[in-house]
Structure formats: C-alpha cells, structure tokens
Design a protein around this ligand. Structure first.
Ligand code: ADP
Ligand code: MG
Length: 223
C-alpha cells in the first residue's frame, strides 16, 4: 500500500480550498470588517481562483510543483498582508517537499512546519499575537505529534486541521499584536482572526482531499 500523498491529492486540495474560500468569502470579509479592512475573503478568493485557472492549463507532477504554482498565484493575486504570507507558506512547503513524487507522513509534517516557519519569518508574529500563526503553529505541532505516534498521512492532516480549527477559535479573546487588527489594540478582543479562520478552512480542505479515494489517497491503489 502506498503511504504517501501525490500531486493528485495536492491538486484536489487546492481545488477544494478554492471552493471553500469562495463559499466563505463573505464570512471571512465580515471577520476582517470587525478588526481589519474587510477584504480578507475577497483577497483569498481572488488568489485561489487564480490557482484554479492555472491548474486548468497545467498539471504539475509533484506535490512540491503544485505548491509552487499556488505560491506564485497567491503572491501575485492576493495582495494585502495575506498574499505574501500565504505565498511564503506555500513556497516553503514546496521547498520542503522537493522533487518527491509522494509525501509520506514525515515529509508532509515537514512541509506543514516549513509553511508555518515561512509565515513566521515573513510576518514576525509569535503564537498568541492573534494572526494566522495561531492556526498554523498548532497545526504543524499536531502534525509532528501524529508522525511521532506513527500515524499515516490522513491522520496527520486530520490532526493538523483539528488543531488549526481549535487555534482559530482560540484567537477570539486575544488582543491583536500584529497586522491591521493591532491598530485596534484591546478592541480587537472578542473577534476571531480572519487569517486564522481561513487557514483552518484551507487545512480542513487538505484533510478532506486526502479522504477522497480518487485523489492520491494512500490505499487508493490497493484494492
Ligand atoms: P490586510 O490586513 O492587508 O487587509 P488580509 O485582510 O487579507 O490583509 O489578511 C489579514 C490577515 O493576515 C490577518 O487576519 C492575520 O491572520 C494575517 N496577518 C496580518 N499580519 C500578519 C503578520 N504580521 N503575521 C502573520 N499573520 C498576519
Ligand atoms: Mg484585510
């Protein structure tokens, strides 16, 4: 049985992420309206739509190449704070994935950690600053813990998605210390960080895509 996730999974993930971002475009911008400038949903929808357009004309053959395509589209189309942050996340994930045809659990967790490290390097936010780091950091940690426990790729992504969701919810009471929301100081408390919310949606899409038999799931070829 294959133990890894291939480029078909990565493509399914990004297509599913584009759908979920489009579905939550209004909600994400509402979150951003409360503590930012109200454009987060629009920003991300533009970027993920650009990814889907690119995937209609090219078919990258490795997960790393898929992530690189995503990084380029996000950096050129999203703008604002989130574009370079998500772009860096996907670019670092691409580098960590290298030329591997499949991501095994350890490489998958390494890619998630690299993505988190990229967000931190780019935005200089720490855990608890009420940013997308509060979703990515617990996600990367949960993925590493799942690998250490001997879990497979689906469990690694499930753990990452669940941790990102909990991390996003946990931003509600925090006071923002980075990004536009930090201009509000304590008035930012009582609202969910939009970037943490979108990160949780995107990581959930990764887990969902890994659960689809036709999408490069381990064991999809083992019947
Ligand atoms: P902008 O703030 O430029 O309008 P978006 O609205 O698209 O950009 O994205 C806002 C999100 O970006 C925030 O909710 C937060 O999660 C994230 N963010 C902003 N600044 C930082 C930072 N320095 N580090 C990490 N994440 C950040
Ligand atoms: Mg904004």
């Amino acid at each position: 049985m294959s133990a890894g996730l291939d480029s078909r999974w990565a493509i399914s993930w990004l297509r599913a992420a584009a759908e979920v971002v489009a579905d939550h475009r209004i909600d994400l911008s509402e979150l951003d309206r409360a503590i930012g400038d109200g454009d987060h949903g629009e920003n991300l929808d533009r970027g993920f739509s650009a990814i889907v357009e690119k995937l209609a004309v090219e078919t990258p053959q490795t997960p790393g190449a898929v992530f690189k395509l995503a990084a380029m589209a996000l950096m050129s189309k999203v703008g604002g704070a989130a574009g370079p942050l998500y772009g860096t996340a996907f670019l670092r994930a691409a580098t960590a994935s290298g030329d591997a045809a499949e991501l095994d659990p350890a490489l998958l967790a390494a890619a998630l950690t690299a993505a988190r490290d990229g967000v931190v390097a780019r935005g200089k936010a720490a855990a608890g600053d009420k940013t997308m780091v509060d979703a990515w950091s617990p996600a990367a940690a949960a993925a590493a813990a799942a690998v250490a426990a001997g879990d497979g790729v689906v469990e690694v992504l499930e753990a990452a998605a669940a941790a990102a969701e909990a991390g996003a919810v946990a931003t509600d009471p925090l006071t923002a210390r980075k990004g536009r929301a930090s201009y509000l100081g304590e008035r930012s408390a009582g609202h969910r960080d939009p970037g943490a919310a979108s990160s949780a949606l995107i990581l959930r899409a990764a887990a969902d895509a890994a659960n689809q038999p036709a999408a490069g799931r381990p064991g999809g070829d083992a019947a």
